[in-house]
Design a protein around this ligand. Structure first.
Ligand code: ASP
Length: 377
């Protein structure tokens, strides 16, 4: 009896401590089992998006398109459609817009092509579908869903994926459909910058001697990293990441997530980023959350960002916003990566986190109204 009493005392002490720290107090204000709701969030990429860096007309174009997509997804949910349907509907709208780096508007590879990646995941069944390196698929998100629902595989790439698209009667277009002048110009600028860096390196090589060689190599490597980072952090709108994604919670309590991208400008042919990697750019599980990411893909793959957020909820019972912040603002930040995520838990609580200057994003708030945001707080 004595032991039981002291156990109860210890437990209540720990619980009250936690509550004072804010954990449980915060939870009270959140959506819970008694008041779950339909939930929908989208993103249109993260990057250097400072107030004033977009003209008012351009900003309005982005805001309008984001609002159109978030409302389309939400209306699908209101009409009783599944979270997967809502994700696909909204992502298709963003893929069809040249404003975003997905579908029409995708960035160019180093050899001047558009190579598209996408993935989708069903939180109820943990089924997933992904495609990478496709050149002719108008809406890669639709193909990713077909891989999930109509094939026995999770991921298909390149020509094989396109063959499957044709079999499934999924719309194929001439690769020229993806050409947009601003993205092309962005590639040319980067190629020029790269050439200049190489030229400087060659000049340096000629001067190298003895132990100076080593020092020069270190300097060169630093310079290359700087060029890459300058590109990523450039204020040119075309250099923003621009990937698109969505997460949704439907009336049956099912979560889904999807992501679609052209990757990163000047990516080397054959490079695949995080967007089609389940657990990196996309993840959904009804027990925890749905996540879609955008940012410097190599870092998101190395950190398994989307799955890591879900794991923090699963194993450490962190609320969604805290889990997202820990992965983006600490782990990703410490590793030197950039970007952000949108995430939703099984009650419709929203988690949005990014360590870049801004992230195109929109969500439906607790009153059922669309909220569109671009800049950091
Ligand atoms: N994450 C994407 C990639 O690395 C890029 C982006 O988010 O815009 O392919």
């Amino acid at each position: 009896m004595k032991h039981i009493l002291s156990f109860v005392l210890i437990v209540s002490f720990v619980v009250s401590g936690l509550a004072q720290k804010g954990g449980f107090v915060e939870m009270k204000q959140l959506q819970g089992p008694q008041n779950p709701r339909l939930g929908f969030i989208i993103h249109g990429g993260a990057g250097v998006i400072r107030k004033g860096s977009l003209s008012p007309e351009r900003e309005k174009e982005y805001r309008d398109k984001l609002e159109e997509a978030v409302l389309a997804g939400y209306k699908a949910l209101q009409a009783g459609k599944s979270s997967l349907d809502a994700v696909e509907v909204a992502i298709k709208i963003l893929e069809d817009s040249p404003l975003f780096n997905a579908g029409k508007g995708a960035v160019f590879t180093n050899d001047g092509k558009n190579e598209l990646d996408a993935s989708i995941m069903d939180g109820k069944t943990q089924a997933a579908g992904a495609v990478a390196g496709v050149h002719r698929v108008k809406n890669p998100i639709t193909l990713a869903r077909a891989v999930m629902e109509k094939s026995e595989h999770v991921m298909m790439i390149g020509e094989g994926a396109e063959k499957f698209a044709a079999e499934q009667k999924i719309e194929l277009v001439d690769p020229k459909y993806f050409f947009t002048q601003p993205r092309w110009d962005a590639l040319q600028r980067i190629l020029k910058q790269e050439k200049e860096t190489e030229e400087k390196k060659r000049q340096g090589d000629a001067e190298k001697q003895g132990h100076w060689e080593k020092r020069q190599e270190t300097r060169d490597r630093r310079q290359e990293t700087n060029t890459r980072s300058e590109i990523l952090h450039s204020e040119e709108p075309e250099n923003k990441f621009g990937t698109v994604g969505a997460v949704a919670l439907d009336k049956d309590g099912n979560l889904a997530a999807g992501t679609s991208t052209g990757g990163m400008t000047n990516k080397k042919f054959g490079r695949v980023g995080d967007a089609p990697i389940i657990g990196a750019g996309t993840y959904a599980n009804n027990n925890t959350c749905a996540v879609s990411a955008t940012g410097w893909g190599e870092f998101f793959i190395r950190l398994s960002v989307a799955r890591d957020i879900a794991s923090l909820m699963e194993y450490r019972a962190l609320p969604i916003q805290q889990a997202a912040d820990l992965v983006i603002k600490q782990k990703l930040q410490n590793l030197g990566g950039d970007g952000g995520v949108i995430a939703m838990d099984k009650f419709g609580n929203i988690g949005i986190s990014f360590n870049s200057e801004g992230m195109y994003r929109a969500y439906i708030n607790a009153e059922g109204k669309p909220v569109v945001e671009i800049y950091g707080k």
